[in-house]
Design a protein around this ligand. Structure first.
Ligand SMILES: *Cc1c(COP(=O)(O)O)cnc(C)c1O
Length: 387
């Protein structure tokens, strides 16, 4: 392909050129000293991005494999869990637990809203025998562009013994997450969202409390056995053949986080979110999520009355090479989603909004060219020198 493509998805996300180069290094022996150094570097880098001192393990999996690992390592069939869902990925987490025989008490919140902490508080208070073994929660619900308040949730859990298991596949590295400080027992993420490398690796952090639960877990496991992964990591290896190119790519991507610092990376994400939302609103469109709960990774937008979301995405892709995501399940064809996490920069947003204006105008939506891009430019100008 000669034409430049704008991959504005909430995963997979674009890969920086220096990471692409690192992905093509020659293969090495995965049981030798070079790999030992590689996995040590990578583990240290992931801990930096996770802002944690807990154990962090790398799994040969997509994000869903990491989610499955978080169930089979810390729970047993028959365990009662509280699953909080605000969208498609919250539903998936509950399904994984159910398929492994957990007794799932699922609480659904309206898509486009965040979990209601008061409702969770009431659920935990009603659990007088403290039977819930875990609370399952999505940090950043990619299907709706809503971010849950993990710190608040951990505070509400208080002294309840339930483990807090977090799907932060699209949140980690994008928004502030502090496993140790907040008390998040297990946090799962994946390579192709905030980490700027291709899909195929999942990461999982494990608190000391979660390791205690691991000792009690009776769920069947082999490929996902984190105890085995930890034993091998201590020798500088992995239980099975690792995806070697992914590791060299990851080491390079992690260097970017280390060079820039997490404060910068989080601020950059908020900056991209704010300019996207400012533009969408300036165009007279409505984001699905309210400002207070808006994701820094992805912005979901209602298609205007009378225009199909799919028609917008099709036109964007065919005429301008801008790739947007659509809506999932009940939001199919009703919303479009602009991913702005990972290797995305301000001028990518400017280009996307510029193309969006042209598409909307041709689809019959009343918009003046420049109406949205001006809003993006104003945010860029207002933060000059800060970002
Ligand atoms: C992308 C995503 C997943 C699934 O990840 P895969 O890599 O496709 O398995 C899970 N949860 C959330 C919140 C996601 O954004």
């Amino acid at each position: 392909m000669y034409e430049k493509e704008y991959l504005m998805l909430p995963g997979p996300t674009p890969v920086p050129p220096r990471v692409l180069r690192a992905l093509s290094e020659p293969l090495i022996n995965h049981r030798g000293p070079a790999f030992k150094k590689l996995i040590e570097d990578v583990t240290e880098g992931i801990k930096f991005v996770y802002q944690t001192k807990y154990d962090v393990l790398v799994l040969p999996a997509s994000g869903t494999g990491g989610m499955e690992a978080s169930i089979v390592n810390f729970l047993s069939p028959g365990d009662k869990v509280l699953a909080l869902s605000i969208g498609a990925f919250g539903d998936r987490y509950a399904t994984i637990a159910k398929n492994y025989g957990c007794v799932v008490d699922k609480v659904d919140f309206e898509w486009g809203t965040a979990i209601d902490l008061e409702a969770v508080k009431a659920k935990l208070a009603a659990d007088v025998k403290q039977e819930y073994k875990a609370i399952l929660v999505t940090h950043n619900e990619t299907s709706t562009g809503v971010c849950n308040d993990l710190k608040g949730l951990a505070e509400i859990r208080g002294n309840h013994p339930a483990l807090l298991l977090v799907d932060s596949v699209s949140g980690l590295g994008v928004m502030d997450v502090r496993p140790d400080e907040w008390g998040l027992d297990v946090v799962v993420t994946a390579a192709q969202k905030g980490f700027m490398i291709p899909p195929g690796l999942a990461f999982i952090s494990v608190s000391p409390r979660a390791w205690e639960a691991y000792e009690q877990s009776k769920a069947p496991k082999f490929y996902w056995d984190l105890g085995s992964a930890k034993k091998f990591l201590d020798k500088g290896q992995t239980p099975v053949t690792p995806a070697l190119p992914q590791y060299t790519g990851l080491r390079e991507a992690l260097k970017i986080f280390q060079e820039k610092g997490m404060e910068f990376m989080f601020a950059k994400q908020l900056y991209l979110r704010d300019m996207t939302r400012a533009a969408v609103k300036a165009l007279g469109l409505k984001p699905l999520a309210e400002d207070a709960i808006a994701s820094a990774a992805v912005t979901a937008v209602w298609a205007p009355e009378g225009i199909e979301a799919k028609a917008i995405n099709k036109k964007m892709r065919e005429e301008y090479n801008v790739v947007l995501a659509g809506g999932q399940k009940q939001l199919e064809n009703r919303i479009f989603r602009i991913g702005h996490l990972g290797y995305v920069q301000h001028l990518d947003i400017l280009a996307t909004i510029g193309a969006l204006e042209m598409c909307l105008q041709e689809l019959g939506y009343p918009v003046e060219l420049g109406q949205g891009t001006k809003a993006v430019q104003e945010v860029i100008m207002s933060r000059k020198g800060i970002i």
